[in-house]
Design a protein around this ligand. Structure first.
Ligand SMILES: Nc1nc2c(ncn2[C@@H]2O[C@H](COP(=O)(O)OP(=O)(O)O)[C@@H](O)[C@H]2O)c(=O)[nH]1
Ligand SMILES: [Mg+2]
Length: 711
């Protein structure tokens, strides 16, 4: 395969809602680019991009697929991204390395929630974008309505470059106002006739062309001058203006195709080659320190691994983009994140399941390698001359769906632990934690579908059977008023006895509240608890009632109870303990005695201090279409949510609420069925709050039962 120079490369990502036709378009592009000689389809389960068993089963992309097409002596790298927001990690990786986002819009549905979500990311990452309205031949296609929605929701920078002459049944022609030609397709798709625009369309076409010329002129001073001088732009000036306008995000052209019937695909690829920015023409990618990566062949190498895949028979494949220097076959590089040395023994251009060996990869290009020892997604590989340089990493969202996981056979436990680590290395949006507190392995991701795909990977690719089950909630315990207790630990058994007596007063710790004045405070120990909150220990002993050397033992005893709260065995937090009196025995007092006395005194006081169970509360943000707002609100209220506010964004409502984690179980699935998949949400830990008394009663009862079972 030819070695492509930086200015011969275009990197695009196909982005948008599920079922808009991204994978189908990719297939048509590969066909037009001569990479395949027969067009497969998602429906016949033989597309190049959705080739993995699980994708065939589901008939939807669950991973992003890296593809390429060669066109007019240039290379188009295509990242076909999944549509469901469960797989947002894959989408963000595609966005990281592609230079222009191709925002697919299904002409049947217009702007969907999937479009809105990805648009938010595109805006945040400040990436160039083009709208591609697909399925224009579908009987329900409504091109004008789709354009209207794009403009109202994403602004007037979205500007028409093409329109279908006759969308819906009977569609066969696209009017292109860049070329000022009409492309008329044979019924089976393929090579069009290129015709003059019919007289009746001229006025409309001219109007669109003038609008895009004006927008293009605004991208540069010199073009603006040319425009004022001549009242228009030449074809070259227009092409330049569009290229710059896209690169600087001052315009988002709108084009159209029917991917399924291969109508307009070839012209779209021509547009990609002629009008989209090359890797050199977009804002440079930064290093983690904020320096620009130059995309220069002569610089020491910097490459970024944006995706790792596991292929049967082949093992791990690492996909990378080069940001500096030339990567040649058998090069030795350094992993800047793990510190490991890696040899890139073979290099490939990859198109889904097809691979082509390449010898060299230039800056801006995307390629793959295999058999790296210790390199994960989001890692940077560099020449040893570039030590320490890291490409700014992909910023992944917080997990929003959790389950507990275990191996069906306990002999697989260790293997499962390794597999979970591997999965996280491949897909950083899959997160796991061995929770000592809950005595469960908590596995989290972006949704139920995401975790089901992970399960499929564990079971089918690695042959370990696993089980998902209800995750426990990390409750906390605290007190709401002060209480006193005294406890005497005394034991007389044969030889040495044990004796210790402790008097304490405990009270809630509330930041900023003045100390109690009943007892003089002579010493203060402030423990920042590993599980959040504080324990404050006041020494208020007068007259040497207890020796200072026994105080640490008392604190230790209290800490034991803090780790296993008296109500439900959960961690306790935010408590002040004032030890104000006690008794010692000249012979029998020792550390053990005071530890036990401290622990039991604390337990007694805790019970009388109006103890409460606390639960984790999350900030939840739901994005929902207007007409489903009522249903979603009602459902949230049923989940004990506190609605904090509402906002509108584009055609969507954004509900902000505080919701207990315990009520968010399987939320992604319920929300999806409540709105037919038209809503999405994000969640982030906010704080601990007291549970309502009915919930507390239930939890206490459940704990009692559990304890009984264990006896
Ligand atoms: N009528 C019509 N159907 C299409 C078109 N493009 C894709 N589809 C169909 O839409 C469904 C989803 O397509 P797919 O490419 O998997 O969408 P993706 O989820 O965006 O990758 C499949 O049944 C396709 O055959 C199109 O241009 N016209
Ligand atoms: Mg797809």
């Amino acid at each position: 395969m030819k070695v492509y120079q930086t200015n011969e490369i275009k990197n695009i990502a196909l982005i948008g809602g599920a079922k808009s036709g991204k994978t189908t378009l990719a297939e048509a592009m590969l066909f037009e680019g001569g990479v395949i000689n027969r067009r497969g389809s998602v429906d016949d389960k033989n597309s190049v991009s959705d080739y993995r068993e699980i994708e065939l089963e589901r008939q939807a992309s669950v991973f992003s697929t890296v593809l390429y097409a060669e066109y007019a002596g240039k290379k188009i790298n295509i990242i076909d991204c999944p549509g469901f927001d469960d797989f947002i990690g894959e989408v963000l990786a595609g966005m990281k390395v592609a230079d222009t986002m191709i925002m697919m819009i299904n002409a049947q549905n217009g702007v969907e929630v999937g479009t809105e979500i990805t648009w938010r990311s595109i805006t945040r990452l400040e990436k160039p974008a083009v709208f591609l309205i697909n399925q224009v031949e579908h009987e329900k296609a409504n091109f004008d309505e789709s354009v209207r929605q794009i403009k109202t929701q994403f602004g007037e920078k979205a500007i028409i470059a093409q329109y279908p002459l006759n969308p819906g049944i009977g569609f066969d022609s696209i009017v292109d106002v860049l070329k000022m030609k009409m492309f008329k397709f044979p019924s089976g798709g393929g090579t069009p006739q290129i015709l003059d625009i019919p007289e009746a369309e001229m006025e409309k076409a001219e109007e669109y062309r003038n609008a895009i010329i004006e927008a293009a002129a605004e991208s540069e001073e010199a073009l603006m001058e040319a425009f004022f001088e001549n009242g228009t732009l030449s074809d070259e000036e227009l092409a330049k203006g569009i290229n710059q306008g896209i690169a600087t995000r001052t315009m988002f052209p709108i084009l159209c195709v029917s991917g399924k019937h291969n109508q307009g695909v070839n012209r779209f690829m021509e547009f990609v080659i002629e009008n989209l920015p090359s890797p050199l023409e977009v804002a440079s990618t930064k290093t983690a320190e904020g320096n620009d990566l130059a995309m220069q062949e002569n610089n020491p190498q910097v490459a970024f691994v944006f995706k790792t895949a596991v292929e049967p028979h082949l093992g791990e494949i690492s996909f990378f983009k080069v940001y500096d220097g030339i990567i040649t076959e058998a090069i030795d590089l350094l992993n800047a994140n793990t510190g490991s040395k890696e040899r890139l023994s073979q290099l490939f251009a990859v198109a889904g399941k097809n691979r082509q060996k390449v010898e060299k990869v230039c800056p801006g290009d995307i390629a793959a390698t295999i058999k790296l020892k210790d390199t994960n997604t989001n890692n940077t590989l560099t020449s040893s001359k570039n030590q320490g340089v890291k490409v700014s990493p992909i910023d992944y969202p917080d997990p929003k769906y959790r389950t507990a996981v275990k191996a069906k056979s306990s002999s697989d436990d260790e293997k499962l632990a390794t597999l979970l680590k591997d999965l996280n290395n491949i897909d950083p949006t899959l997160v796991f934690e061995h929770s000592k507190e809950l005595k469960q392995v908590i596995f989290s991701g972006q949704g139920e579908m995401h975790l089901n795909v992970a399960k499929w990977m564990i079971e089918n690719l690695n042959k370990v059977e696993v089980e998902y089950y209800a995750p426990k909630i990390p409750y906390r315990e605290t007190i709401t008023k002060s209480a006193k207790s005294t406890y005497r630990h005394k034991k007389q058994s044969g030889g040495a006895g044990q004796f210790g007596e402790v008097h304490m007063m405990i009270e809630p710790h509330i930041e900023g509240r003045p100390d109690q004045t009943e007892f003089p405070i002579r010493g203060k120990d402030e423990v920042a608890l590993a599980w959040g909150g504080k324990l404050i220990f006041h020494n208020c002993i007068v007259g040497g009632a207890i020796d200072a050397r026994f105080l640490p033992a008392i604190l230790k005893g209290i800490m034991e109870k803090m780790e296993e709260g008296p109500l439900t065995g959960s961690y306790a937090r935010d408590i002040i303990v004032n030890v104000y009196d006690g008794k010692m025995h000249p012979v029998d007092s020792n550390e053990i005695s005071f530890k036990l006395a401290g622990r039991n005194a604390f337990r007694e006081a805790f019970k009388n201090a109006a103890p409460k169970i606390l639960e984790p509360i999350y900030d939840v943000e739901v994005m929902v279409p207007e007409d489903k707002m009522g249903d979603v609100m009602t459902d949230l209220q049923g989940r004990r949510a506190l609605i904090m506010g509402m906002d509108s964004e584009g055609g969507y409502q954004i509900i902000k609420a505080k919701v207990p984690l315990a009520e968010m179980n399987r939320y992604s699935t319920s929300l999806s069925s409540l709105t037919s998949g038209r809503a999405t949400y994000a969640m982030k830990y906010a704080e601990y709050q007291q549970v309502p008394s009915d919930v507390q009663d239930q939890l206490l009862k459940a704990y009692e039962e559990e304890e009984k079972d264990e006896d």
